[in-house]
Ligand binder design. Structure first.
Ligand code: SAM
Length: 196
């Protein structure tokens, strides 16, 4: 049985590769073609520099679940290379703010460079974990997350942190992978863990 730190190290190693070598074969779909298949407007993806979308590793489109409005404050948990954060930054505009958080330093560096490449100034990226978000109690309008909860070892703890930072009436817009009841143990075994 692996301990928590070993599991986190494996997750980090996996996403370091997505950050620094996005064209190498990945175990799950990634990049701009994957984003378009998952429901992003093709024009929205094409409007971003290729360096921004090449390391996209999401599993859905959390921004498609509800409009993100000008002036809102958004936290992106497990922001990766920053695709959702940067799109959100364009939606919230100069009076809004986006805070991206990721535990993999290479992703944070890439997201920071990507914001410059995309010309958005109202987004900041922090290295950190989902259970300790860099935001005060009740200060956030929208928490977004794309493909990250499945990687979090203590999901109730992360959800509690989400509810701590959200203001009353705020929203959690998330996309993730779920284990359906019809999936057999053999299928799970064959597919392997997301963080292998
Ligand atoms: C599947 S990728 C998705 C990245 C990004 N949301 C996207 O759509 O491209 C998962 C990301 O979550 C980060 N991550 C995993 N567990 C985390 C945790 N507990 N806290 C913060 N980030 C985490 C990984 O480093 C990785 O960048």
């Amino acid at each position: 049985m692996e301990n928590v730190n070993e599991i986190k190290d494996k997750i980090r190693q996996r996403f370091v590769k997505v950050a620094i070598d996005p064209t190498a074969p990945q175990r799950h779909p990634s990049g701009p073609a994957s984003a378009k298949k998952l429901g992003y407007e093709p024009a929205e993806i094409d409007a971003l520099p290729a360096v921004v979308t090449e390391s996209f590793a999401g599993v859905g489109n959390p921004l498609g679940l509800h409009e993100v409005r000008p002036g809102e404050t958004v936290v992106d948990i497990g922001c990766g290379a920053g695709v959702d954060s940067i799109i959100a930054a364009r939606k919230v505009g100069p009076c809004g703010r986006v805070i991206g958080v990721d535990m993999t330093p290479e992703m944070v560096k890439k997201a920071t460079d990507n914001a410059v490449a995309a010309g958005v100034a109202n987004v900041e990226f922090h290295q950190g974990e989902a259970d300790r978000l860099p935001a005060g109690d009740g200060t956030v309008d929208v928490v977004i997350s794309n493909g990250v909860f499945n990687l979090c070892l203590d999901k109730p703890e992360v959800l509690a942190e989400v509810f701590r930072v959200l203001r009353s009436g705020g929203r959690l817009q998330m996309a993730d992978i779920l284990l359906g009841e019809a999936v057999t143990d053999e299928q799970v075994e064959k597919k392997g863990a997301w963080s292998d």
